[in-house]
Design a protein around this ligand. Structure first.
Ligand SMILES: Nc1ncnc2c1ncn2[C@@H]1O[C@H](COP(=O)(O)OP(=O)(O)O)[C@@H](O)[C@H]1O
Ligand SMILES: [Mg+2]
Length: 252
């Protein structure tokens, strides 16, 4: 198994407040890794460290190391825009641009000069929508607004938009928590397909979801990584008492 992303003793402070206390974790290529743990334990903070999204917050200070394919993404001279292109992100609330379905997907690849306008771009839009399982539903209305779609469709549009710039890793922060059960199932099925092409890291407050889709699961508590293992081991036979207490609902 190939380690795609690795963190070593990663610490993060918001001003005086320490939110990550030294997290070391290997994320494997073409697997789904889930982060679970009670609200406020640092899951989103940690996820955002993996594509330098926390750099956008003034008060943040980071210590430790994160590597992508063995390269330190926080090293001097690393272009954080290039990092975010390789490590895409999907958020809890579907957030399509107030533009057409077509433009939602074409925007970034055109901006990055990845494709030319016209046929090449059309093909990328079609393939991205196909990979996101949305093509059949929208192929006859590509010029309609992305924001007019249902919540579940909007989230798949956001996934298509992320895929279109050909990232290696897709980070998802509670991608289904704003969706109904059917849309949630669609996204879960989609994630299982997408891991063939991408490495997927997903934060979820839904332990059943982690158990259904994740190959590996990491349990966080108060800024620490308590336990990390194959998903089945975490849910069937955890090593740490804290993990056991959490998965059995003793706190949350
Ligand atoms: N932008 C921010 N500024 C200050 N504190 C923050 C910020 N974002 C998160 N925190 C704090 O960091 C801790 C971890 O938050 P977060 O990573 O959002 O947890 P989770 O995603 O597990 O719910 C919490 O105490 C939260 O209040
Ligand atoms: Mg969060």
């Amino acid at each position: 198994m190939t380690v795609k992303v690795k963190s070593e003793k990663l610490k993060l402070w918001y001003g005086e407040k320490q939110a990550l206390k030294g997290v070391s974790l290997d994320i494997y290529e073409n697997k789904i890794t889930a982060f679970i743990g009670p609200s406020g334990c640092g899951k989103s903070t940690y996820l955002r460290c993996l594509n330098r999204m926390n750099d956008l917050i003034d008060s943040v200070r980071i210590d430790g190391k994160v590597t992508l394919d063995g390269h330190d993404i926080y090293e001097d001279g690393v272009d954080e825009v290039a990092v975010r292109k390789k490590v895409g992100m999907v958020f809890q609330q579907p957030n399509p641009f107030p533009k057409s379905i077509y433009d939602n997907i074409a925007y970034a690849p055109l901006m990055h000069d990845m494709v030319k306008k016209g046929k090449e771009c059309d093909e990328l839009v079609e393939n991205s929508l196909k990979d996101a399982g949305l093509w059949e539903e929208v192929k006859d209305k590509l010029q309609e607004s992305g924001t007019a779609l249902s919540g579940g469709q909007q989230q798949r549009l956001c996934i298509a938009r992320t895929i279109a710039v050909k990232p290696d890793v897709i980070l998802m922060d509670e991608p289904t928590s704003a969706l109904d059960p059917i849309s949630t199932q669609n996204i879960e099925n989609l994630m299982t397909k997408l891991k063939e092409k991408f490495t997927i890291v997903v934060v979820t407050h839904n332990m059943q979801q982690a158990a259904r889709i994740a190959d590996y699961t990491a349990f966080f508590h108060m800024g620490d990584l308590i336990e990390y293992d194959e998903t089945e081991k975490i849910f069937v036979n955890p090593k740490e008492e804290k993990t056991e207490q959490y998965i059995t609902g003793k706190f949350g």
